[in-house]
Design a protein around this ligand. Structure first.
Ligand SMILES: [Zn+2]
Length: 87
């Protein structure tokens, strides 16, 4: 499971939501809805969804169980749902 997620963190060349091209220097972040890498514009739209808070809480709980990585670990998959990263 952890390996799978590691792979998703590797360099996506386009946003999985709006299909915008993302360069190596563009920041991207993971969606709390489907764990796909999305651009920062899509992330801010996601944050305005009415169920965002609820989905976020559920996602954190599940993520910690699945990855067994401590919350806030910068190497952890969960972390990248809230902190943008580059390739
Ligand atoms: Zn996007």
């Amino acid at each position: 499971m952890a390996d799978e997620w590691q792979e998703q963190l590797t360099c996506a060349t386009r946003c999985s939501r709006c299909d915008k091209n993302m360069g190596a220097d563009d920041q991207r972040i993971l969606s709390v809805y489907d764990h796909q890498p999305i651009c920062m514009d899509c992330k801010s739209q996601e944050e305005h969804r009415p169920d965002y808070e609820k989905v976020t809480k559920e996602m954190i709980g599940q993520c910690l169980i699945d990855t067994e990585v401590k919350w806030g670990d910068p190497q952890g998959f969960c972390y990248h749902h809230f902190y943008p990263y580059k390739c």
